[in-house]
Write a protein that binds this ligand. Sequence first.
Ligand SMILES: C[S@@+](CC[C@H](N)C(=O)[O-])C[C@H]1O[C@@H](n2cnc3c(N)ncnc32)[C@H](O)[C@@H]1O
Length: 284
Amino acid sequence: MRFATIDHERLAAELLGVSVGELRARALAGSLELPQGYDAAARRLERGEPLQYVVGRAAFRRLQLKIGPGAFIPRPETEVVAGAAIDALMAWPEGRRLAVDLGAGAGPIAAALATEVPGARVVAVERAWAAAGQARDNLEPLGVAVVNADVGAAVAAGGPLAGLVGRVAVVAANPPYLRPDAELGPGVAEHEPPAALFGGGEDGLAAPLAFLAAAARLLRPGGTAVMEHDPSQSAALRRHAQAEGLFEDARTGRDLAGRERYLLATRTAGAGRSGRGAVESPGC
Ligand SMILES: C[S@@+](CC[C@H](N)C(=O)[O-])C[C@H]1O[C@@H](n2cnc3c(N)ncnc32)[C@H](O)[C@@H]1O
């Protein structure tokens, strides 16, 4: 049996729940039977719908997450960002491993934190109703609370996360950060939610800066913000993080391709605008 494209082959493997290697072995042995629903799924694929939406699943680190239209499809570069957030949370003693995932989408970062960090308490915030529903499906079985709200409103006085202000060890985020003129991969513009992609403003930084301000409110002194960005935004985000003294030690981490991919910034002591002072370290 021959498949029209490699994506058709991957689709058949996904629907059967086997690897592409196993699928090819069955095809060679003449024992391959196409799974039920293959033809309808192949038609969706041929119309340009991403494979993950068609099969309803996306792999992220050690996990298989439910995913569908309305939620951003987790990307491989975010696995590295989640890894940095995991390392930052592991540096705190078990009783203090409180983390918040801002703009959680279907919940990949929050799920990785909850499953890879012993004793972690994780809260996920997501504004889009459809994505928040998928986050609930993925995260509530892991004990992660999902809050359907805007990040700014969530951390404001009286907001659903007001009780966490100044108490969080790690804030992780993959905000929308694309510039308006960004080139998108196949199927992205047609199928993924624009509000999950474009950061706003000419430089795509409006949403990342709003997320950074929310992270500054949530973090305890010495806590860490880990935030994904476009490689072109690294210097601007380091500068913004340190500009008002809210963060110190702002650094940039790279993805597996060596591109500058995320901000790692440590919250200074004191919630004030000039706020420099003694920083509580994770080990204390
Ligand atoms: C790039 S997607 C990342 C989703 C997920 N964290 C991931 O890595 O797959 C950004 C997410 O942030 C959400 N978002 C954008 N602006 C937001 C805001 N102001 N408050 C809360 N969520 C927001 C979008 O709906 C989208 O799900």
